[in-house]
Design a binder for this molecule. Sequence first.
Ligand SMILES: [Zn+2]
Length: 520
Amino acid sequence: MKKLIMMTMGMVMACNSSQKTISETSEVTYTPKSPKVYAETITEEELKEHLYIYASDDFEGRETGKPGQKKAVEYLREKYKTMDIPAAKKDGDYFQNVPLEVSQLPKGSLTVNGKEYPLGTDFLTFSRAQGSYDHIVYAGYGIESGNYSDYNNLDVEGKIVLIKAGEPVDDNGNYKISGSSKKSVWSNMSESMGKRMELATSKGAKGMLYFDQANFPRFKSRFDWMKSNDSGRMELSNDSTGGFFTFWINSKLANAILPNIATQKKGKTLTVPLKIDVQSQNNGVVSENVVAVIEGSEKPEEYVVISSHLDHIGVSPDGEINNGADDDGSGSVALLEIAQAFKQAAEDGQGPKRSIVFLHVTGEEKGLLGSRYYTDIEPIFPLKQTVANLNIDMIGRIDPKRTGERNYIYLIGSDKLSTDLHELSEEVNTKFTNIELDYTFNDENDPNRFYYRSDHYNFAKNNIPIIFYFNGTHDDYHRPGDTPDKINYDLLENRTRLIFHTAWEVANREQRVIVDKILE
Ligand SMILES: [Zn+2]
């Protein structure tokens, strides 16, 4: 019905607002309308209409792999079809399958030089692995940065690497990576592990033995907790990650493989017979990202990805539904409204110059799985041509701990990789939405670590400039009370319009946003 009205409306408007002039050569040209016109098609009413369905009990809290999550992806697909916005995948399928597996904690042991070391005592892991090896390659800190590499002259292809935590220091006691007394990202708890695993994988290693004396007790208490509550851990399926495994090993095992490992500087291949027998019960689960695209009119091969997560935490053990209206129902419906606004513009001949990708990812609550699958395993559009990611996760509520203006939003990460994007975001806000942009959580060392806790992080780690839009946690965060009636729809509308205007500017600006800082 609406679309039809729009059509006639469009006709009328064509007459008096976006002037359509017919030149002698009967070429149709449009007088550009301000993006404000399209931002105003993003309304509280429509956001509310969507959210009361998407975060209703019917959707059972949208837990990844469960019926409620399937309802969610169906709903999103239906909406893109209705809006006549095509699927991102060439085969026209709006769903990007994300192969997952729920793995119970594995059981088993390691044998080194004929001596057995039990899982859960001398080493910890969440992945299964089996095999016999004659050599282990010691690769020091397992770091590669600038001219420094622990992998120089080492061949780890198809082998097991032994790596220790820490960073190299020079004779003056300065850290070689930073060149100063400041530690680098390779010592940052949230990143150092992932970076070492990705690097070892990229070198072709089969698995990694990681010796971190300081943090082993912390890993162990987490492992023991999981053992006592073994509800299984959802991960990207082994097949999709190529079966790379990581073992956290204690000092006893590390020194059994390489005595005095703590003082060993140089990487080398060790002749150590190693037998791995770690098994776990894994159940495959298939989930889906929903991905649609509006192709750019001038630079279709450059992509602006706007993302939110479609899943939530499901039903609590006591049967209560966690509706997830704010987390991330607000981001999901905001993305639908932004899409319809761009579609309207495109119908008026004012489509974005760069392509806009609408990426609804699954498995966020399970560990940013859907977005990791998109960036690390199957990016539908090349990451190199992805100019920015705007990620929306919880923009419908107010942080009760915050004082001051209620018309605010926390911005995280906008200045991490691109000063350009940061300034653009500020300018757009001043021009159109006048929201208080709060950078309280923007410091990557902020104890909440929000920078690492939502889907933008998988784009940022690939040096794609990101902005994370977030209203902070509140009393109903991850609780059954996170319901549609508690959403501040006026704030949700204004925040959604800010994101629309920012995407509009990134997509239509002559120059692609400049990446002037790169993460290690
Ligand atoms: Zn969330």
